[in-house]
Design a protein around this ligand. Structure first.
Ligand SMILES: [Zn+2]
Ligand SMILES: [Zn+2]
Length: 304
């Protein structure tokens, strides 16, 4: 069994919280540890509603300082304090995020009983953060009205799996399975069975790329190429390319073009404009063009 790697959407709307939708927030679960991406205004309400386990949250990644991506932080971080959090938390974001948080903590006299580490990044360059021995998060530059970065969550090593036919054939014990997974050969009577005859060829390491607010930009392609799953904003339906460009956002067709150029077979969309009360119009328009389209929906979880 491979490690859990999935994404739960908590907020899918652009600037305004309307039509029952909320600003951007997602939770990545990799091997039962949680990583938040963006933290729009309603985040702590959504965290409670969808029973996200706060004590498993180790890192928060903020793509840019527009309010619909970070105004949930003051409430979330100070509620952690009120709840008696003691585990450290690392907050990653663009330059300026430390000032934003420090001022709020200072003027509101918030008591922070846990260690909050704030790491700022130059959004113009690629930064790679080693999150666990098995997972890196790389930032990459995006084109938006203010400094903005995307994130690529990259699994590094995949677990070895034993061929289930061989387990039956050789009647393997749990101890033998563990030692074979660690590279040992199997000895049966006077016969030695080589490890490579028992192990399945390793699965391709998985990756999830998150393209936050951005104008249509083919320079994203090398940063996200061959991802197992992509999130790309689609603020507008097709036909509004001019409005999208003026506001540094993307249309559905443009996001599909980016996914295809990047050799990506599955894409979640979101950051829907408030002008669409019913977001299923995105599926109607997008599915005939790209069969791997997933309509980003709050509370839904998608496998990477
Ligand atoms: Zn936004
Ligand atoms: Zn924005």
């Amino acid at each position: 069994m491979s490690k859990k790697f999935e994404v739960t959407i908590l907020g899918v709307n652009s600037a305004f919280p309307v039509h029952g939708r909320h600003p951007s927030c997602q939770i990545v679960n990799f091997d039962e540890r949680l990583y938040m991406i963006d933290c729009g205004e309603a985040t702590q309400i959504q965290v409670a509603k969808y029973k996200i386990k706060r004590n498993k949250l180790d890192h928060i990644f903020i793509s840019h300082m527009h309010g619909d991506h970070c105004y949930g932080l003051p409430g979330l971080l100070t509620s952690f304090a009120l709840g008696g959090r003691s585990e450290p938390l690392v907050l990653h974001g663009p330059i300026g995020i430390k000032k934003f948080i420090d001022v709020i903590i200072e003027v509101s006299g918030a008591y922070m009983p846990y260690d909050l580490m704030i790491k700022e990044y130059d959004t113009e360059v690629i930064n790679t953060i080693q999150v666990t021995p098995n997972l890196t998060v790389s930032t990459f530059p995006m084109k938006h009205r203010i400094p903005t970065m995307g994130f690529r969550f990259q699994e590094l090593i995949t677990e070895k799996n034993i061929n289930s036919v061989k387990i039956k054939e050789h009647n393997l014990s749990i101890d033998e399975i563990i030692s074979i997974k660690n590279g040992s050969n199997l000895t049966r009577l006077d016969q030695v069975i080589d490890n490579s005859d028992l192990i399945l060829s390793p699965a391709k390491p998985r990756s999830y790329s998150y393209c936050s607010d951005t104008v249509y930009d083919i320079e994203l392609v090398p940063h996200i190429s061959d991802s197992s799953l992509l999130y790309h904003e689609t603020t507008y339906l097709n036909g509004l390319e001019k409005v999208a460009a003026e506001r540094f956002h993307t249309t559905l067709g443009q996001a599909i073009d980016i996914a295809k150029r990047s050799n990506i077979e599955r894409m979640i969309i979101g950051h829907y404009s408030s002008r669409y009360p019913d977001i299923t119009v995105f599926l109607d328009e997008g599915l005939p063009l790209y069969s791997g389209l997933k309509l980003g929906t709050e509370g839904e979880t998608y496998k990477v």
